[in-house]
Design a protein around this ligand. Structure first.
Ligand code: SF4
Length: 391
């Protein structure tokens, strides 16, 4: 039975931005409309108790709690302080993370004191250069949000707050230049970058992808793969830097997987899912990205009031994500790249009749994995280290 180690709490269900690609408000799932705006302390307390029970059942000394939204910092400093206090004292050691658009850090400086008190690792969503970011990430007025976000990231980068700064999260946009995007992000000296593929499915393909049918075979290498090409350009810029400028999670995870290791995220690889979501009303759900598939897709019918996380672990939706290669559909399980690719993100496999299909990004993932593998091979060969089995 799965032991959940990551608990993602949706502590505020509304946002102070109006991004056009947001899967919470613009995806097929519209469940946010019926949810309370913020997670009340009684719900937090109940969730903390459920986490403690689960950690005790599985002998976990440490768990990770990620605060998410909407925009989680809309809860305000007082409520944030109270809810972090409830969670910090629940039993196991808790590592806190938070994903934000950053704007509230400028409006309510007391939030930073609270984040320091609980050593919360803060990731900020920033989509590269100003024009590229502002194309999608807008204020409700329609104005771009780059200037305010950049100001917030610079604040986090100051010496007194630097320990909070976990990194930047950027959604890939084919209209943006990959190298310029990487270098624009690098200007903020982030400890780490996450480059995310925009969410999409076979029924609602991501921008710029025309997919007419679910493929019946692994990638051939000849199909168009614009996202693969975009990521390859960014990878080469990152990999060829004369010194290590920052970490890029997707690239590092692919390298680890190609060398036989395990990935930590669910975007690639076959590692069993150990993340569970608690919504603002206490509902227990699967990963948020499933909201792009259909209305209610992340739902389990469980909640922290009536159920423990052991009930979630026994739920068929979570069990389906524990089976590694055996959990993939027929095309992916026969694919030579499956151990590294893992069929891509689960949500991206949706084709209207289940998740047993390759990712809508199949061609892109195939191209990227082939390229990264080739570069690593060249790199190792260039070291002159004798390889086992070499003649
Ligand atoms: S999605 Fe990944 S594992 Fe599945 S067929 Fe495509 S490249 Fe292979």
């Amino acid at each position: 039975m799965v032991a959940f180690r990551q608990f993602l709490l949706k502590i505020h269900s509304r946002c102070n931005l109006a991004c056009d690609y947001c899967y919470v408000y613009e995806g097929a799932d519209q469940s946010w409309r019926g949810r309370p705006r913020r997670m009340e302390l009684a719900t937090v307390r109940r969730t903390a108790r459920r986490i403690a029970e689960h950690a005790a059942e599985h002998g976990l000394d440490e768990v990770s709690v990620v605060l998410h939204g909407g925009e989680p910092l809309l809860v305000g400093a007082g409520h944030l302080d109270a809810l972090l206090g409830e969670l910090a004292g629940c039993g196991p050691r808790v590592r806190f993370g938070l994903q934000t658009n950053g704007l509230r850090l400028l409006e309510e400086p007391a939030l930073l004191d609270v984040l320091h008190r609980y050593r919360v690792a803060v990731g900020v969503s920033l989509d590269g250069a100003r024009a590229d970011h502002d194309r999608h990430r807008r204020l409700p007025s329609g104005a771009g949000s780059w200037a305010r976000t950049a100001e917030a990231v610079r604040l986090l980068g100051q010496d007194r707050h630097r320990e909070l700064f976990a990194g930047l999260l950027c959604v890939v946009d084919l209209a943006a230049d990959p190298v310029e995007t990487y270098e624009a992000l690098l200007e903020f000296a982030p400890p780490r970058l996450d480059l995310l593929l925009p969410h999409g499915t076979w029924l609602a393909p991501p921008p710029g992808l025309r997919r007419r049918a679910v493929p019946g075979a692994p990638p051939s290498g000849v199909e168009p793969a614009p996202y693969g090409e975009w990521l390859i350009a960014a990878f080469d810029r990152w990999y060829d830097a004369p010194r290590r400028e920052t970490g890029v999670r997707l690239f590092e995870e692919l390298a680890v997987l190609l060398l036989g290791g395990r990935a930590a995220s669910e975007a690639v690889g076959l590692t069993p899912v150990d993340l569970v979501v608690v919504e603002a009303d206490g509902s227990i759900e699967q990963a948020d990205s499933l909201k792009v598939a259909y209305d209610g897709a992340p739902g389990t019918g469980l909640d922290v009031w009536r159920h423990g996380f052991a009930d979630a672990a026994a739920h068929p939706a979570f069990r389906a994500r524990q089976r590694g290669l055996a959990g993939l559909g027929p095309v992916c399980s026969g694919c030579p790249l499956a151990r590294v690719c893992g069929g891509g993100l689960y949500a991206h496999r949706w084709a209207g009749d289940g998740f047993g299909h390759p990712s809508v990004y199949c061609a892109d993932l195939g191209r990227l994995i082939g390229h990264v593998g080739g570069r690593l091979r060249e790199g190792v060969a260039g070291l002159g280290v004798p390889l086992r089995g070499a003649g």
